[in-house]
Design a protein around this ligand. Structure first.
Ligand code: NAG
Ligand code: NAG
Ligand code: NAG
Length: 323
């Protein structure tokens, strides 16, 4: 316990204070976007119909306004729970907001990625289009989707554990068609604990952020120090492969530079994404588990909190900065 405490102190010095939050500061595998029409911030999280929170500032006050898909997804297979929707990913293109989402049974490869669209981002305004059609495969788990456009083509990154992170080209925003997924990141250790990828273009590179380690840890019990979630990053000039970390290690060969580890109250940061803020530029957002809530015994997934930091780039690599 003393060792763990010393580690937190050591790590604490390395990071600026996280961005402030007031109001409803809960989040779980968040996706964040600023609405085009009025700059309002929307935060979407894993939960009943995709929990939606809004604010006029990143700092809050945040308000829970409802569910994106209050009646659940229309994906109907493998006994998946249609209202227990995970890991939303939201972007804007062609005057439409697209939300990729997941139905899954925890710890299994029984999972599907679906997509819904909206013109406003408001609760209940989403039209579900169902399964995007990534073929089932023992190599990957079809969870944690993330969309990007590269050179006019659309891609989804996805995956968690098994053979880790894959990418597949889409034939349209709504469908994969006959395209075949390929691996872009892999950790050879243990049971390959990486997931939650997010690909972001900045300057000359595409940056692949991902969560590494054990998620959650909702109780007063800690996994081995350093085994909990942390946020890593790799980069590539093409965006469709060749990702390496700062040391030059391939990210398909266990590479991944540490961007944000546990520090102060921020335990196990992960489930991250990057928002291009109209005023602040690139902002890293994530969930974490507050140490004080762990010390009180944990509150399950209700204990998660929203964190954010500005991102700066030093020698072409992202670093978290004070907000
Ligand atoms: C399905 O998920 C919802 C949360 O969206 C939960 O309240 C409900 O109990 C789940 N149903 C089953 C059968 O597990
Ligand atoms: C949800 O289902 C109810 C009952 O069928 C319906 O009245 C309502 O319009 C639906 N809501 C949405 C957002 O589709
Ligand atoms: C790979 O997994 C091992 C074991 O969980 C962990 O110690 C290491 O930090 C991970 N590396 C990356 C880049 O995720």
């Amino acid at each position: 316990m003393l060792g763990l405490f010393s580690l937190f102190i050591a790590l604490a010095a390395a990071y600026p204070a996280r961005g402030p939050c007031t109001g409803d500061c809960w989040a779980h595998d968040p996706a964040m976007i600023q609405r085009e029409s009025d700059g309002k911030y929307f935060r979407f999280s894993t939960g009943d119909g995709v929990i939606t929170q809004t604010s006029s500032s990143l700092k809050g006050p945040w308000t829970r306004v409802g569910a994106a898909l209050p009646n659940g997804s229309n994906i109907n297979q493998d006994g998946l729970n249609t209202t227990d929707i995970w890991a939303p990913d939201v972007h804007y293109s062609d005057e439409t907001y697209y939300m990729y989402y997941v139905l899954s049974k925890i710890g299994t490869q029984t999972s599907e990625i679906g997509v819904a669209t909206s013109k406003t981002l408001e609760p209940g305004s989403w039209t579900d289009h169902g399964i995007v059609g990534i073929p089932a495969n023992d190599d990957y788990n079809r969870i944690d989707p993330n969309w990007i456009s590269i050179g006019g083509k659309q891609y989804l990154q996805f995956g968690s554990f098994w053979e880790d992170i894959f990418q597949v080209e889409l034939t349209s925003a709504l469908k994969v068609g006959s395209n075949t997924p390929y691996q872009i990141a892999y950790n050879a250790s243990l049971n390959h604990r990486i997931e939650g990828s997010f690909l972001y273009e900045h300057g000359d590179y595409y940056y692949l952020f991902f969560s590494s380690g054990i998620a959650g840890s909702y109780t007063a019990t800690y996994p081995a120090a350093g085994a909990e979630y942390s946020i890593r990053v790799c980069r590539s000039s093409s965006g469709t492969g060749g990702f390496v970390d700062k040391a030059g290690t391939k990210c398909t060969e266990s590479g991944g530079t540490m961007l944000l580890a546990s520090h102060n109250q921020v335990y196990g940061p992960g489930g991250e994404g990057v928002l291009t803020d109209k005023d602040l530029g690139p902002v890293l957002y994530y969930h974490y588990y507050p140490l004080s809530i762990k010390e009180d015994g944990g509150e399950g997934t209700a204990g998660y909190r929203y964190g954010w930091d500005k991102i700066g780039f030093v020698d072409g690599w992202p670093v978290v900065e004070a907000a």
